[in-house]
Design a protein around this ligand. Structure first.
Ligand code: ES4
Ligand code: ZN
Length: 343
């Protein structure tokens, strides 16, 4: 227990978590009741209790990779419909902050997917207003500081991405960076060059998902590391497959691009035996990898602490795990004064 206490007590920074991916069955059930909505999970028929929902979210029927991905996106975006009011958005964010405060998370940069909300008629003020109130309360009452990364959905059009980018400028005091997520199939990073170049010029930091188990993953990583925003993004989300190619590792190292690794998430697509060695290769090369949760409520309830503890099973020592946590401070987009407060 003493060794686990060490990992639990390290001051933490989380850089890859989707706020919608922290919607636990308990909270989703509560919001559905409050809003008078039926609850489904993926293609499931209506569910009748929180326990049924929890069971559906955690049942692991064998699936192919493609089925797994389709199942994930369907259940993930399907869950958005319970979010209606400013109070709902506040509760979602506050639930995350309360959860990670127990794991000594001091600062986080949190993704949100505005297109998944505006497309259902939710006003920006409802969403951002709820997030902002939770953020202020978390800082003052839980000592958890935060900033937001607006993610654009890569399976939607580039025009929709640009429209959302422009709308988000009203909230730029809350938003530190622009990201790219959702289904990567046939949607290479460079399709979105225009909006990301604009974002960089406007002073936002930029990052993009290069998920494991994708076609053309090496070419996607190359584009993000060297071309997006003209000379490459500031961080890469996932990007674990860079470990297969020395030239990609060189590029990431030379440009000192931080990587947000979410090991638990990859166990859907890769074996445990493949994962550890890839993380080890990147870490030993001196690349600043960080450990994060991605979508904890949809991934066996594995939050940042559990993801860090997983690296222990990959052979990372306590000292190395402390280094992983320190990397997150270094590659975060917090101001110097915030960095000083979070340690
Ligand atoms: C995501 Cl697992 C995953 N992949 C791509 N985009 C996402 N957004 C939230 N979770
Ligand atoms: Zn992600």
């Amino acid at each position: 227990a003493a060794r686990d206490d060490f990992v639990r007590d390290i001051p933490k920074v989380e850089l890859h978590v989707h706020i919608e991916g922290t919607l636990t069955p308990e909270l989703r059930w509560k919001l559905a009741q409050r809003n008078g909505l039926k609850v489904k999970f993926g293609k499931s028929p209506e569910l009748h209790s929180m326990e049924e929902l929890r069971y559906a979210m955690n049942s692991a029927e064998p699936k192919t990779e493609d089925e797994e991905r389709e199942f994930f996106f369907e259940s993930y975006y399907g869950a958005f419909d319970t979010l209606k009011s400013k109070q709902d958005y506040f509760d979602l964010a506050m639930n995350y902050f309360e959860h990670v405060a127990t794991m000594n998370v001091r600062y986080c940069e949190i993704f949100f997917d505005p297109q998944g909300h505006t497309s259902r008629g939710i006003a920006w003020d409802v969403m951002m207003g709820g997030f902002k109130e939770a953020q202020i309360k978390a800082q003052s009452e839980l000592n958890v500081r935060s900033s937001w990364i607006m993610c654009l959905l890569r399976d939607l059009s580039t025009e929709d991405a640009m429209d959302h980018y422009k709308a988000a400028l009203l909230y730029r005091d809350m938003i530190v960076g622009i990201g790219l997520d959702s289904n990567e199939y046939n949607r290479p990073p460079l399709l979105f060059q225009e909006v990301f170049t604009l974002a960089r010029r406007d002073g936002f930091r930029i990052t993009m998902h290069c998920d494991v188990g994708q076609d053309n993953t090496h070419e996607h990583i190359r584009q993000v590391a060297s071309e997006i925003g003209e000379y490459g993004a500031d961080r890469i989300d996932h990007g674990l497959n860079a470990a297969d190619k020395p030239e990609l590792m060189d590029l990431i190292l030379k440009r000192d691009i931080g990587m947000t690794i979410c090991p638990w998430a990859y166990m859907r697509y890769q074996t445990y035996a493949e994962l550890g060695p890839k993380m080890r290769l990147l870490f030993d090369a001196g690349i600043r990898i960080t450990v994060n949760s991605d979508d904890p409520a949809f991934m066996d309830d594995a939050w940042i602490l559990h993801n860090l503890l997983l690296t222990k099973h990959f052979g990372f020592t306590d000292k190395e795990i402390a280094m992983l946590a320190r990397n997150a401070v270094t590659v975060s987009w917090a101001t110097q004064s915030t960095k000083e407060k979070i340690l």
